[in-house]
Design a protein around this ligand. Sequence first.
Ligand code: HEM
Length: 437
Amino acid sequence: MTEPLSEAHLSAGAPGAGAAPPPGCPAHTAVHPDAVPMMGPRFQNDRAQLYRELRREHGPVAPIVLPGDVPGWLVLGYRELHNITNNPALYSRDSALWNMWPEIPADWPLLPMVGKQPSILYTVGERHQRRSALVSDALDSVDPFELRDHAERFADVLIDRFCGRGDADLIGEYAKALPAMVLARLYGFGDTEGAELVPHINALVNGTEGALEGRDRIMNDMKRLLRERQTRPGADVSSAIQEHEYSGEFTFDEIVEDMMVNIIAGHNPTADWIGNTLRLMLTDDRFAVSLSGGRHSVAEAMNEVLWEETPSQNIAGRWATRDTQLGNKRIRQGDLLILSFAAANADPQIRPDQHTFTGGNNAFLSFGHGDHRCPYPAQDIAEGIARTGVEVLLDRLPDVDLSVPPRTLAWRPSPWLRGLESLPVHFTPTTAAGGHG
Ligand code: HEM
């Protein structure tokens, strides 16, 4: 089971299958005869063309089928996605509304992604607003200068490990470590504790061996840290969340869940943002110049990635609270809608000329939209880590270059998160910097 756990916003909670359908739910929603499987190599290697074909055949909302013959809708249209995320009363984040629960086996592989979990992700209404304020304000307490310092220091620590060799895999040895180390530090873990969490977070999000043990380890460490901060608060996110005026409205376990979302949901897409940006800069002539000089195009490359190769390409999801019409499709109460941020970003209705350089335009939907969008301070933290990570790497290894032909770079086989398996590079070996102090 490699794919299901690799969703960006994988929650820490236990999934809940087999519950009764909501009252009035139409029994057994059938798979649409033209449904497209939400899996397979086209999502990996040919997704822009796939989205174009789906749009041509089905319009802005396409019927899909998930593993186990489970039906759903893939929302491809920018306008439709906007409409859904702006209208939580009709398109809810509450997965308990799903009309397929009676059909879902306890071992359904996507349960970690769409299960009923007690975190901010699936909370709705006024309670979500207060929970969202709690998380947002706690993340907003992060000082941007401190963030940059930690990101520089950990970037140096990681580069020091391979800079003498003259070659590296920038995904496994760099991008997939840096965000977790920085986030762990911001949340209040010590440097060593944070570094020790990295393999567990990656095992969890990749669904590789040790995923469940990894989840237990992160959860236990998080609980211990939060308990410590109850008696000895510090200048960190774990203290800020517990000192917040709304924290008394949520149980200790709910706060643990949200901190788990923040470390897992924070690490994974930020790692892919770094990896996809480095790939773009190493393979696309428009950005090549920055490798040896100007920094301004790091920001441009990062922006381009959010349009063209956004880390959270498809997210599950929203559930219709009543029968409705979306695009040209009849959606039934309790139907699952998968939000295709990647397809919406390429919608010809908003980008008639797909090849126009997106430079600086932030109208992408890559961080979502509406009440459940990625909290603004979280976006700033992701940006700070990713940008520092790319800049420090290019500063330290100015002649870094790909070790393999660009066409051989492989995307991970997931329709959910967009990121590379590996990014092998070579460069002139250098001595360790010993950290930025
Ligand atoms: C490149 C990096 C990131 C991307 C592309 C990204 C993307 C997203 C998206 C698309 C959503 C909306 C999901 C939905 O509408 O259902 C979301 C939600 C969320 N993100 Fe991020 N995210 C990133 C980094 C982060 C970081 C660094 C943190 C924490 C420090 C974070 C914390 C959250 C949380 C807590 C939510 C849930 C909001 C809610 O349901 O109210 N994200 N993110």
